[in-house]
Design a protein. Structure first.
Length: 324
C-alpha cells in the first residue's frame, strides 16, 4: 500500500488504511484498499430496506417530497442520517448508503429543502448568514429573506415523521430509539452529508452533541477567508468526532479546507482526507467522491468504497454485522 501513496510531507499510516498526515494533509492517488466491505455481502440474508415519501396535507404540504431511503442491520446500531447536496436527492447516493448499511448502521437518507441556490451562493461573505439559513432548514425557526422553511418542512420534523413511519413499518428495527418525548436523540446519530448537506451536518454537529459527523466535499462555508460565524466557537460535538473527504480537483477544495481548519479538524491526528484522482473537471470532482457517479473498479465496486467504510468505522464499528 505504501508504494501507492504520494506523500505531501511526512506522514504515517493510520486507521483508514490510507495515510494520515503528521505535518500536513496527505493526498491519496490510487484506488482504495481491496478489503473494504462489499455492498451486499455482509451477513447471510437480505437487509431490510424501504423507499418512501412522507405523508403530506393541503394545510402543511411537504415540499419537496422526494423518496427517502432507509435500511438497517441489527436493532442496536446507531443511525446514519444522510443529507444530499443542493438539488440532489437520496437516490443519488445508493452506493454510499449500501456501504453504510454493510458497516452496521441503521441508514436514513432524508429529503429536505435543498432546492434553489446553494447556501454558499446565498451567503457568500456574509458570515452570519450561514448559520441563519442552516438553522432555519434544520428546525424551521428564524425564517428570513434567505431561507423561510416552515417547521413542517424542517429536517427535524421530517426526521421525526420518518422515524415514526419506520417504527410502524419495521418495529423490529427499533427506530423509535432515536427520538423521545424531548425530541431527537442526537447522541445516537451520526450525521453525514455532501456539499450543502455536509454543511448542514456540520452545523447540526455544532449545536448538538451527535455521535459524529462525516462531510463530503464540505462544508463550503468559507469565502475569501471569511468563515461561517458559528465556526468561530467550539461546537457541542468535539473535532475528534468529525471527518471529511474532498478531492484536490474539487471547485471548492480551498474553501472546504478552510472550513475544516476553522472547525479545528486540522489538529492531529488529522481527520482531513484529501484525494487526488482524475474525477473530471472541477464540477465533476465536487460530485464524484460520494454520489453514484463515483468511478468504479473493474469489479464494479466504487473506488471510494473502502475509504467510505473506514470513515464510517471511526464512529461505529460493531463486533459483527448480520442482516435481519
Amino acid at each position: 500500500m505504501a508504494r501507492n501513496l504520494k506523500w505531501v510531507r511526512r506522514a504515517s499510516l493510520g486507521v483508514f488504511g490510507v495515510a494520515i498526515a503528521t505535518a500536513a494533509i496527505v493526498v491519496l492517488v490510487t484506488a482504495v484498499a481491496p478489503h473494504a466491505p462489499t455492498l451486499d455481502t455482509v451477513g447471510t440474508s437480505a437487509p431490510w430496506r424501504s423507499h418512501f415519501r412522507l405523508a403530506t396535507s393541503a394545510t402543511d404540504p411537504i415540499v419537496p417530497n422526494a423518496d427517502n431511503y432507509a435500511s438497517r442491520t441489527t436493532p442496536s446500531s446507531p443511525l446514519l442520517l444522510f443529507l444530499a447536496a443542493t438539488r440532489h436527492r437520496p437516490s443519488d447516493y445508493r452506493e454510499f448508503l449500501r456501504v453504510a448499511r454493510a458497516g452496521g448502521y441503521h441508514v436514513l437518507a432524508l429529503d429536505y429543502w435543498n432546492r434553489g441556490l446553494s447556501v454558499q451562493k446565498t451567503c457568500g461573505t456574509d458570515a452570519r448568514c450561514y448559520g441563519a439559513v442552516q438553522r432555519n432548514r434544520l428546525d424551521g425557526s428564524r425564517p428570513g429573506m434567505f431561507s423561510a422553511v416552515n417547521p413542517a418542512n424542517s429536517i427535524v420534523t421530517r426526521l421525526t415523521s420518518a422515524l415514526a413511519r419506520l417504527q410502524t413499518k419495521d418495529p423490529g428495527g427499533e427506530w423509535s430509539r432515536f427520538v423521545d418525548a424531548s425530541g431527537i436523540r442526537w447522541n445516537r446519530i451520526v450525521v453525514a452529508g455532501h456539499s450543502q448537506g455536509g454543511g448542514e451536518a456540520a452545523y447540526i454537529a455544532h449545536i448538538h452533541r451527535v455521535r459524529g459527523a462525516l462531510m463530503f466535499s464540505s462544508p463550503v462555508d468559507s469565502d475569501h477567508d471569511i468563515h461561517a460565524a458559528w465556526m468561530a466557537h467550539p461546537g457541542a460535538t468535539p473535532a475528534s468526532r468529525l471527518y471529511g473527504l474532498v478531492d484536490t480537483g474539487d471547485m471548492f477544495y480551498r474553501r472546504v479546507l478552510a472550513s475544516w481548519q476553522a472547525m479545528g479538524m486540522n489538529a492531529l491526528p488529522s481527520h482531513e482526507i484529501v484525494t487526488h484522482r482524475r474525477l473530471g473537471g472541477p464540477d465533476a470532482s465536487h460530485l464524484r467522491d460520494i454520489t453514484d457517479e463515483s468511478p468504479v473498479a473493474p469489479d464494479g465496486t466504487p473506488v471510494f468504497a473502502a475509504t467510505w467504510a473506514r470513515m464510517l468505522a471511526q464512529l461505529y464499528s460493531p463486533p459483527s454485522v448480520t442482516h435481519p
